[in-house]
Ligand binder design. Structure first.
Ligand code: GLC
Length: 733
């Protein structure tokens, strides 16, 4: 590991040798899928490329790296970047699911496996973690983040960066990480992907930026600038974000890559006059590397020759890229050993971890009469029904393009593996579903669209499923949305269950058979018509390659659900955006007279942030502080007793929420400021401790226009979700 002085010398030495074209080449990221008049091989030989993206074939990666190292003038190796979001070949539950485990250690382990597999195949840079806060379930990319809360989002950002990068950049078997999409992307108007985001500085500072700051504190090597306008300034040309916050305030020393084509798109936005202006504005704002648009390659030199950009600015943009390649030891070890790949990708512990991650990400939303875990001793026939019950593709997410659907254990398979030797398990699809507008991923991957059923076929399939339910002892109904119905360019105006799923659920429930609903989805969906019609609802998200086995484990009780929601679950799209950390307003929701702002539905979410049931019960008692008063800058310790008062072992996510009762501004009614997932045997009691110091008690005040910690009284609640009732208070003097 070179010292920073040695690293600096090597960078300076390289920069001194480089021509202007070679410097701009390091600021350029290209790929074979990008139409170009010049073959990529020639661009690499001429030193016009610093990084390649969207390539996952190991042999081709090695071939291009040989070109760069052996045939370019300065032999500078390439970075190979790809979206390894939740697994490379072993596909894990998608990020919103992983966050629902509230288990940063698990998330770090998952991303370390993803990094190991990707690095073995030559990918040395992942465009992850996506740390965008999302408060609107209509936004399809909500699945890629950790949900609505900055405290949880920061913990997950840190865990992912450590998983991907290891203890430091250059750790063997790890990859460079990339905090994206900087910043405010999840606040798009109407939840419409790519639309403008209007976020006041107080919300940016207190909600949208903290996960990015956490990624930086964890040592993330790169940031990605977002596509959209933030307060009318495109993020990729946004000095406030890229220069003032990221470099001057936070001291970031890595490098920023744009999102795909977003340098060129500064002109599309009507922000830059033309591509030359776009190149100038992006570089001046602080974007080091131009992803996929060739705008830097084709227009920066002109700005330099015209004296609009000093060469020194180009050099400053190149340095962190070279420094990163040195730290990654790419000069010493540019190639991968293809003979190692199979053994790494097929490592059994990877699938075991995928199964455990799917178990721990699941959230039990309803369990009337303790239907779950299923009592099977006198069950002879079990019906597995639903359009996602036998799907492999849809147990992964849209971003799992390097996964192989054939690796996936379906829900039907998982249940047959579990009980098929003693119970008759029959399957019926019941209904079909499809997107009205094609998915970008289906088009990119050339996946054919299924032929829609005829009216007669549709009715016959529905009838067949209901008939199967009627003659079975038990029904597992698997519903939700296709993997391509969330993710990028997959926002929804409605959150209704697609196709005739509501009809199917109602008809199957009407048979009177016990029904366990299993939800396979990327984001909260509108369950308002069905939630009360079935006794049990298990949210499993897009659970990854071991999804079927993990779901079967959970259904029969070989694993117990312990996950909690990281988004407030809306009753329908009309409630979006919805989030728990709202202000009190002049008439708090809790006022007895007016229980709802809407006249047609309650204002409260269907399920609150932090919510999730278990197969056992927990009681909270004896919340206490080590001091009821403290000075600003001091830390207050909170303790609480948590007991498993049920018959089965279980995990509980103990959560601490804080409210500042008064101050220079109104403060959210509650904010998560501590959590811990603990395992408790029946009857076991544990003491859980939290520390509330300046970090937890400070906030950005829009009245003071700076960070403040104020001498006020605080409410503290501790419990199993954001409606926790166990309360105490303390004062800061
Ligand atoms: C996409 C996404 C971004 C991704 C990049 C490269 O459009 O916005 O998340 O990392 O392009 O695939």
């Amino acid at each position: 590991m070179a010292s920073s002085a040695q690293e600096n010398d090597r960078v300076n030495d390289l920069v001194q040798q480089m021509t202007l074209e070679e410097k701009i080449g390091q600021l350029t990221q290209l790929g074979q899928y990008i139409p170009d008049t010049v073959p990529i091989d020639d661009r690499i030989r001429q030193g016009q490329v610093g990084s390649i993206l969207w390539l996952s074939d190991p042999a081709e990666i090695n071939r291009l790296q040989h070109l760069a190292v052996e045939q370019s003038r300065l032999h500078i190796p390439l970075l190979f970047g790809l979206d390894v979001i939740h697994g490379f070949r072993t596909i894990f539950p998608m990020p919103l699911a992983l966050a629902a485990s509230w288990d940063p250690t698990l998330v770090e382990r998952v991303q370390a496996v993803a990094a190991r597999e990707a690095r073995a195949c030559g990918i040395n840079w992942t465009f992850a973690p996506m740390v965008d806060i999302a408060r609107d379930s209509r936004w399809g990319r909500i699945i890629e983040g950790a949900g609505e809360d900055p405290f949880l989002g920061a913990a997950m950002a840190k865990a992912q960066v450590r998983g991907f990068q290891g203890a430091e950049i250059g750790s063997p078997g790890h990859v460079l990480a990339c905090a994206k999409h900087f910043a405010g992307y999840g606040a798009a108007d109407g939840g419409r992907d790519y639309d403008s985001a209007y976020v006041p500085e107080t919300l940016l500072r207190n909600v949208y930026l903290p996960p990015f700051r956490a990624a930086l504190d964890a040592g993330v090597g790169t940031f990605m600038s977002a596509y959209m306008d933030l307060n009318d300034v495109p993020a990729t040309g946004n000095r406030f974000l890229l220069d003032r916050v990221l470099r001057r305030e936070w001291g970031f020393r890595g490098f920023v890559v744009s999102d795909a084509n977003s340098v060129a798109d500064l002109a599309t936005h009507g922000f830059a006059r033309d591509l030359q202006d776009a190149a100038f504005r992006a570089l001046s704002a602080g974007v080091n590397m131009d992803m996929a648009s060739r705008t830097y390659l084709e227009h920066l030199a002109t700005s330099v020759q015209k004296g609009r950009i000093p060469v020194a600015v180009i050099d400053e943009a190149v340095r962190p890229i070279l420094a990163t390649k040195i730290r990654m030891e790419l000069f010493e070890h540019p190639y991968i050993d293809e003979s190692q790949i199979q053994s790494i990708l097929a490592a059994p512990e990877h699938r075991q971890l995928a199964r455990s991650a799917a178990q721990r990400s699941a959230v039990l939303l309803r369990n009337e009469g303790q239907l779950l875990p299923l009592k099977l001793h006198d069950v002879k026939s079990l019906a597995v029904i639903g359009p996602l019950a036998d799907s492999q593709q849809d147990l992964m997410s849209a971003w799992a393009m390097t996964g192989n659907p054939k690796d996936v254990i379906t829900v039907v398979e998982g249940i047959r593996n579990k009980v098929g030797n003693r119970i008759q398990v029959e399957y019926a699809q019941g209904v079909e579903m499809s997107r009205k507008y094609p998915s970008m991923f289906d088009v990119l991957m050339g996946r054919p669209q299924p032929t829609p059923w005829t009216e007669a076929q549709s009715q016959a399939e529905l009838d067949r499923a209901v008939e199967l339910a009627g003659r079975s002892d038990l029904v597992v109904l698997v519903v939700g949305e296709l993997a391509t119905m969330s993710g990028e360019l997959a926002s929804q105006a409605s959150l209704e269950l697609p196709g005739r799923q509501v009809e199917l659920i109602k008809a199957v429930a009407a048979t009177g058979k016990p029904v366990a609903l299993v939800l396979v989805n990327g984001r909260p969906l509108d369950l308002s018509q069905v939630a009360e019609r079935v006794p049990a609802i298990l949210e499993v998200w897009h659970p990854g390659v071991e999804g079927g086995n993990a779901i079967a484990d959970l259904l029969v009780g070989d694993a117990a659900p312990g996950g909690k929601l990281t988004v407030s679950w809306p009753r329908g799209a009309g409630q979006c955006p919805i989030y728990y950390a709202h202000n009190l307003t002049h008439q708090p929701d809790a006022s007895p007279m007016f229980t709802s702002r809407y006249w047609d539905i309650p204002s409260s979410p269907l399920y609150p942030f932090g919510f999730g049931l278990s197969y056992t019960t927990f009681t909270y008692s004896n919340v206490r502080l080590d001091q009821a008063e403290a000075r600003r800058g001091e830390t207050i310790h909170v303790s609480v007793d948590v007991e498993n008062t049920g018959e089965r072992p279980g995990d509980e996510v103990v959560q601490l929420y804080l409210h500042q009762c008064a101050g220079s501004t109104s403060r959210p009614v509650r904010e998560l400021k501590g959590f811990a997932r603990i395992a408790l045997a029946p009857g076991e009691k544990k003491v859980v401790q939290f520390a509330l110091g300046p970090d937890e008690l400070s906030f950005w005040s829009s009245a003071e226009n700076t960070w403040v910690q104020e001498a006020e009284t605080f409410d503290v609640w501790v419990g199993g979700d954001s409606t926790a009732a166990l309360h105490t208070t303390f004062k800061i003097k």
